[in-house]
Design a protein around this ligand. Structure first.
Ligand code: MGD
Ligand code: MGD
Ligand code: MO
Length: 697
């Protein structure tokens, strides 16, 4: 951190960049550099979302960069997998070893025996979606389906709206009613909160719909607490009231929606008493929320990712997306629905050139990252080589026990490209050290803002670290793959991404980004994407009943269906619904969960449970407890109180098993089960029992 007491004897350099994290905010930052060392980091003041402030995690990003635990040299494992014993090797040795083993696997078993596994350790396109993709496509490796995060909500919105296009996040400032539906804005999307506050100052009411009393729920005007996984029933119950009381916008529906009658019949199946029975809310609560929503204008719904982490996520998000169509909320600036913004600040970039999508062979098998445990232990023909980068599956993938069993396979050759010796990296045969955002160039798109940001390197790479792009370039050449795939420099890759002719990117050039650091996509001032219809469905209208889903043999209308394990399921051995949200303010998924100051700020993993559920199990606040089901067991300290509703318990996600009390963490309990749409992960449909450990306190 900058030391204000020290008077610099030379001018400090200030370098603009972008926070690399998988977070909706995509902050623009400024790094202060003194004699080659980063000494300060702050948010860019005039950036309309960053507003000069970062967050609890990233304020200490320099701890991450200069951590004594940074990987600085290539390593080769010398002990058992997971044991953490490695020896230093040169880049030459490491890359020769990796290339020769991958070549062997491909020659003997075909490219599909290689599985690349990555997610969004960095959102940057150069370090996350460029040379790496070219290499694995050219090798004919199994194709990873990267569906662990927002794929279910996206698929649901495509069914109703034809795409994910929606309100601009900053237009929440114009709303008179904001429903934060299954999202913990203050913790997971901090830089959106000022717009919510601004709306409130102008008289808006803020409602949080969340089974947990989060920081955001505590700060709202109203907190609605359904049972997890029952929101489809809530939304359909609201639709029932809206239609029964004639509060819908008949003109908007008539002109811009299809299948109104079929939808009306479906909604009729969810009178408030039924919606209340399913959700565990009061009947009056459902009625009031429906009236409030339908009679306040502009009315906005903010959804993000968590409601997509349920088995019936598709039904849920479809039901929710029908509401602004019914009420015509889309007519207003500040009305409608705001989900992710990848349609604006990600998809328009020229990803095809970056990744060379032309090299993708669609006949090669796909492996959904959600099912990694299964892929490593059961899939035929087997995965024989695994290359992990930008992700830490030992922590973040569901069914941790199975994932770790796969990673421990002695016949699996594993390469991990990392900044730290994570719980995944300890299982690698070869670990390759990667640069951090301060040390490499990148172009950072966004899924939560409508800005594109350039990240310029501020310092030289530490130790022998290399950017992912360079590691994959060297590896690709060593594998004897066509040289032309690896010829582009990082700057050329950024320029290629910007080379798209999408009108949203108009005026966003390399030169402009060099000068300003970031740029807003061309969305215009009065962004009301569906004010005159214009939905991107085949019918051109909002599909309250989806023709595309009917074609796939699915119920074209949204409905509430109990989960296989979760909402509406009765399992006397495991009666509690478990949520494993991103409640750790100082972690970003599993990142930072190994750094002393971040860990210290979090304390220890706490299991939230309600007073009734605690009493029934003889558990007092502060007791050591164990949550368990047939997949695993996790130790934590009980926090008894009002944070969760009865029947629900919660553990924070992100803790590394190796740094957790019982050697396992939240995902030891979660199922590797796919969502109804989009192939997402049903993390939050897990049932557990909880018991006290040791003597009563
Ligand atoms: N501090 C911090 N910020 C982050 C992250 C992080 O790890 N740490 N991760 C980033 C990433 S990758 C993502 S995807 C986003 C996610 O952002 P969010 O989707 O906002 O985050 P979650 O914590 O997954 O879930 C938010 C809330 O949804 C509630 N919820 C769960 N199930 C249900 C349900 O069935 N119905 C309703 N109504 N609510 C439900 C949970 O109780 C939780 O409080 O956050 C990003 N920001
Ligand atoms: N139980 C439960 N599980 C969850 C979730 C949940 O809510 N509950 N959320 C899910 C969601 S929404 C998501 S998005 C995933 C997130 O899962 P991941 O994308 O795996 O996220 P991280 O845990 O942050 O791991 C990213 C890793 O990338 C590394 N990294 C960062 N930058 C670079 C780089 O430039 N090069 C290389 N080589 N490595 C780099 C970091 O050091 C870190 O170890 O987790 C999912 N898992
Ligand atoms: Mo995510």
């Amino acid at each position: 951190m900058a030391d204000s007491a020290r008077a610099p004897t030379r001018p400090l350099a200030v370098v603009r960049g972008a926070c690399p994290h998988d977070c909706p905010d995509t902050c623009a930052w400024e790094v202060t550099v003194d004699a080659g060392r980063a000494v300060g980091l702050r948010g860019v003041k005039e950036h309309p979302l960053t507003r000069g402030g970062l967050c609890a995690k990233v304020n200490r990003f320099l701890d991450r960069v200069y951590s004594p635990d940074r990987l600085l040299h290539p390593l080769r494992r010398i002990g058992p997998k997971g044991g953490g014993r490695f020896e230093r090797v040169t880049w030459e040795e490491a890359l020769d070893l990796v290339a020769s083993r991958l070549r062997e696997v491909v020659d003997e078993h075909g490219g599909e025996a290689v599985l690349p596994y990555s997610y969004m350790g960095t959102q940057g396109l150069v370090q996350g979606a460029s040379i790496d993709q070219r290499l694995f496509s050219a090798l004919g490796a199994s194709r990873l389906v990267r569906a662990v995060c927002g794929s279910a909500p996206a698929a649901a919105l495509r069914a109703v709206q034809g795409g994910t296009k929606g309100m601009l996040p900053e237009d929440l400032r114009h709303s008179r009613l904001v429903l934060l539906w299954g999202t913990n804005t203050i913790v997971t999307n901090l830089h959106l909160w000022p717009f919510v506050t601004e709306a409130r100052e102008r008289g808006a009411e803020v409602v949080v719909i969340d089974p947990q009393r989060t920081r955001t729920a505590a700060a709202a005007d109203r907190h609605v607490r359904p049972r997890p996984g029952t929101d489809a029933a809530l939304a359909l119950g609201m639709a029932h009231v809206i239609l029964a009381e004639g509060l819908h916008d008949a003109d908007y529906v008539e002109r811009h929606a299809v299948s109104f009658d079929a939808f009306r019949e479906r909604a009729a199946e969810y009178p408030p008493e039924r919606a209340a029975a399913i959700t565990g809310l009061g009947e009056e609560e459902v009625v009031e929320l429906a009236r409030l929503y339908a009679t306040t204008r502009p009315a906005a719904i903010r959804t993000l990712i968590a409601i997509g982490h349920h088995e019936r996520a598709g039904d849920t998000v479809r039901a929710i997306a029908c509401l602004p169509v019914l009420t015509g909320a889309w007519r207003d600036l500040g009305g409608g629905l705001v989900g992710t913004t990848a349609w604006a600040a990600w998809a328009p970039l020229d990803l095809d050139s970056l990744q060379r999508s032309d090299l993708v062979d669609p006949s090669i098998r796909e492996v959904n990252m959600v099912l990694l445990g299964q892929a490593l232990t059961e899939l035929e023909p087997p995965v024989r080589a695994l290359v992990v980068y930008n992700s830490n599956p030992a922590v973040i993938a569901p069914d941790q026990g199975r994932v770790l069993a796969g990673l421990r396979r002695d016949d699996l050759f594993t390469v991990v490209v990392e900044q730290f010796l994570t719980d995944t990296a300890t299982h690698a045969d070869v670990v390759l050290p990667a640069t951090t955002q301060l040390e490499h160039l990148d172009l950072v798109p966004s899924w939560g803002s409508v800005y594109v940001t350039l990240n310029r390197p501020a310092i030289e790479p530490l130790g022998e670290c290399l950017p992912n792009s360079e590691i994959f370039r060297r590896l690709g050449r060593r594998l004897g793959l066509p040289d032309e795939l690896f010829a582009d420099t990082d700057e050329e890759l950024v320029r290629a991404a910007l080379g798209s002719d999408d009108p949203l990117l108009e005026g966003i050039t390399w030169e402009r980004l060099l000068a300003d650091g970031y740029a807003k996509v061309a969305v215009g001032d009065d962004w009301r994407p569906y004010v005159d219809g214009g939905f991107a469905t085949p019918s051109g209208k909002a599909e309250l009943s989806s023709a595309a889903l009917a074609e796939q043999g699915l119920d074209p209308l949204p409905r509430y269906v109990p989960a296989v394990e979760g909402a509406g399921t009765h399992d006397p051995r495991h009666p509690l619904q478990l949520l494993t949200s991103k409640s750790a303010l100082h972690f970003l998924n599993s990142s930072y969960a190994n750094l002393p100051r971040h860990l210290q700020a979090e304390g220890e993993p706490l299991l939230d449970l309600s007073p009734g559920d605690a009493a029934a199990r003889g558990i007092a606040d502060g007791d050591e407890v164990r949550a368990f089901n047939d997949r695993g067991s996790v130790r934590a300290r009980a926090r008894v109180g009002d944070r969760v509703r009865e029947g629900v318990v919660a553990l924070p996600s992100g803790w590394w098993p190796s740094l957790s009390p019982g050697g396992t963490s939240a995902n030891a309990l979660t199922p590797a089960r796919l969502t109804d749409l989009g192939g997402g992960a049903a993390f939050h449909d897990a049932l557990v029992e909880v018991e006290r450990l040791g003597e009563p306190s």
